[in-house]
Design a protein around this ligand. Structure first.
Ligand SMILES: Cc1cc2nc3c(=O)[nH]c(=O)nc-3n(C[C@H](O)[C@H](O)[C@H](O)COP(=O)(O)OP(=O)(O)OC[C@H]3O[C@@H](n4cnc5c(N)ncnc54)[C@H](O)[C@@H]3O)c2cc1C
Length: 421
């Protein structure tokens, strides 16, 4: 069906080309579905450089003082993520009526997911692990979405799985990608979603695109705003979570280490406090030192060791009428952060680290803005027929994991449902 001379009709319009959008586009196009991907960001090749990051990174306020970081580009936030992969919380999803078992099994065949081999772990990470274990902490390797078979001691960035590779597959399958396309709202006919309205490029000219299924995968902070603009009621009315995080970094005299897959190890102090290896490779370390106003530390990269403290804070906060997110951290949240910092300090000092300093507090990923079985059903469909949400917004708060692997599984789950229907 055509809606005007210029407007094509698609089987599915996917809003956003990040983890979920890319997976959906790949799966649907592989089944010969006609897919349009609308992506707010550009399509420049990704590069781990200051300019490269500056072009794609975007920060959005989630508390008075904290901002959440995301990326606007083909491939979404995986363009700058660390590739740490917690297994999906299958039971939590099962309790919501969503069985991800098949999807997880499939993803494990398609994406290299493993602990980093001993020989590829940097000296800083090793020293940190030894120190933590000496003190009795259960410091274990994490899974990572990294193709270690292609690693050549330099290509830390290239060997990470990134959603962009799935977009490339979708394009080969015939999907259409439009960059610089910012979706503003959904178009309905009665109770049925039939398309989206978007602006293109700097001139912000308004366009419309029509599809049988509309899937919002714009990320956990963008999707609720599109829903709100589209008349969906009560979005974010239960709040969201941000996992506040802080780093502790010190310098170990005599240590001379190379680079590292940051986040490759860690330990849970309890259900609410997690410590993670924060031994960034050189580029991200340099960025971190600039942001922390410690540029003089940059030349002694190889002596530095770091830990991130990440805590679970209760769900809360709201999306205001004028589209701003607000959340307050409580004294209890700060108490948990301080407890994590005490442990991190103990572990760092035991490595021999000196001149230890705290980085700024950051949002460790704002998620859970949309609730399954409240705003969307177990097929991820909203109160409007044919309008779906699939991205970090729908992640439940009771079993928090690093999101990417779970999101790839969830997008595969939705694709299966859409193809079957
Ligand atoms: C520094 C950093 C490190 C991280 N490390 C890890 C890690 O180690 N492990 C892990 O699992 N997770 C990690 N994450 C988080 C992870 O990358 C994200 O949670 C995940 O990619 C979210 O996927 P998504 O599909 O919800 O959204 P995104 O991947 O953010 O994709 C959303 C896409 O939608 C586009 N978009 C937004 N608004 C619109 C609009 N109105 N119209 C059209 N397009 C739009 C955006 O440009 C973007 O491309 C990290 C995040 C950061 C910032």
């Amino acid at each position: 069906m055509k809606y005007s001379n210029n407007e094509e009709q698609f089987d599915a319009i996917v809003v956003g080309s990040g983890t979920c959008g890319a997976t959906l586009a790949r799966e649907l196009s592989a089944q010969n579905k006609k897919v349009l991907i609308l992506e707010r960001g550009g399509n420049a090749p990704l590069k781990e450089s200051l300019m490269g990051y500056a072009k794609i990174s975007n920060e959005i306020k989630v508390t008075d003082k904290l901002k959440d970081l995301r990326a606007f580009t083909t491939g979404g936030t995986t363009a700058m993520y660390l590739a740490v992969a917690d297994p999906p919380p299958l039971e939590t999803f099962q309790n919501l009526g969503i069985n991800l078992t098949k999807d997880f099994a499939q993803v494990q065949k398609e994406i290299p997911i493993a602990e980093i081999k001993d020989g590829l772990i940097g000296k800083q990470a090793k020293r940190l692990g030894e120190s933590a274990r000496q003190l009795g902490y259960d410091w274990k390797k994490k899974l990572m979405m990294i193709d270690q078979s292609r690693f050549n001691q330099k290509n830390y960035y290239e060997v990470k799985w990134k959603a962009r590779s799935y977009i490339e597959e979708a394009l080969k399958n015939g999907a259409k990608l439009t960059n610089q396309a910012m979706v503003e709202k959904v178009i309905y006919k009665g109770n049925k979603a039939i398309g989206v309205e978007y602006t293109l490029g700097k001139k912000k000219k308004i366009y419309k695109a029509y599809g049988e299924k509309i899937i919002l995968s714009a990320g956990s902070l963008a999707t609720p705003i599109i829903l709100k603009n589209s008349g969906v009621k009560n979005v974010v009315d239960h709040g969201f979570y941000i996992n506040p995080s802080i780093g502790l970094i010190g310098s170990v005299p005599g240590l001379s280490s190379g680079e590292n897959f940051c986040g490759c190890m860690g330990s849970k102090i309890n259900d609410e406090i997690e410590l993670l290896d924060a031994n960034f490779h050189r580029f991200l370390f340099n960025v971190g030192m600039m942001v922390s106003a410690k540029p003089l530390r940059i030349p002694s990269y190889s002596k530095h060791i770091g830990i991130t403290v990440k805590v679970n804070e209760p769900v809360g906060g709201q999306l205001t009428e004028n589209g701003k997110y607000i959340k307050n951290l409580t004294e209890e949240d700060h108490r948990k952060l301080n407890k994590g910092l005490e442990t991190a300090n103990e572990i760092l000092k035991n490595t021999g680290a000196r001149k230890i300093f705290k980085t700024s507090l950051i949002s460790g990923g704002a998620l859970g803005t949309i609730k399954i079985n409240r705003h969307i059903d177990e097929n991820l469909q909203t109160e409007y027929n044919n309008l779906y949400v699939c991205d970090g917004s729908v992640l439940p708060d009771n079993d928090r994991v690093t999101p990417t692997l779970t999101l790839v599984c969830l997008a595969k789950y939705l694709s299966r449902h859409l193809i079957a229907s």
